[in-house]
Write a protein that binds this ligand. Structure first.
Ligand SMILES: *[C@@H]1O[C@H](CO)[C@@H](O)[C@H](O)[C@H]1NC(C)=O
Ligand SMILES: *[C@@H]1O[C@H](CO)[C@@H](O)[C@H](O)[C@H]1NC(C)=O
Length: 152
């Protein structure tokens, strides 16, 4: 009898778990397929990393864009960028279609677009345009500050 009760409890638990399976937290039309890396990222808690800034206008970004120093764009770490590659062409990287939301000492919840790959960044670090850094983190002279961010 006790055994039967345990089985029923187990079944009830499984049923609850299945019906409570998360729906996609993403709103984009094309990014929320379970099992993809985008989906996994979206389920992650906020990332905590260092924000730095760089000369974003120096040439084509890894995503294949020309961006201005004043644009709200970021580079993500090479390790994160490379884990989203779809083929040998970095311009095709899926992460180049993603937006993130950054919270720093100056402003919180600022939306920016991933446009580049940062060779010197730790996995959860992001490299910002100078204007975006000033907007979210503070004066460029700070150089580096911890921030949090997540995928939009
Ligand atoms: C989804 O992505 C594919 C491949 O990038 C693209 O061809 C298609 O148009 C996209 N669909 C929507 C609704 O954005
Ligand atoms: C972009 O910012 C960097 C760093 O401040 C600067 O060296 C570079 O001249 C700027 N480029 C343009 C086109 O303003």
């Amino acid at each position: 009898m006790k055994f039967t009760t345990s089985i029923l409890t187990l079944l009830a638990t499984i049923t609850t778990a299945v019906s409570a399976a998360p729906t996609s937290p993403l709103t984009g039309p094309n990014v929320s397929v379970p099992g993809t890396e985008e989906y996994t990222h979206a389920l992650e808690k906020r990332m905590t990393g260092d924000a730095t800034w760089y000369d974003a206008a120096a040439g084509y970004t890894a995503c294949g864009f020309l961006v201005a120093n004043t644009s709200f764009t970021v580079a993500v770490s090479a390790s994160r960028y490379d884990s989203s590659a779809v083929d040998g062409n970095p311009n095709n990287n899926r992460i180049c279609r993603r937006a993130i939301r950054i919270s720093g000492p100056v402003r919180q919840g600022v939306v920016a677009y991933i446009r580049d790959r940062c060779a010197g960044c730790g996995y959860d670090d992001i490299d910002l345009t100078p204007t975006l850094f000033e907007h979210v983190v503070g004066p460029l002279g700070l150089g580096r500050r911890q921030i949090t961010w997540d995928f939009v």
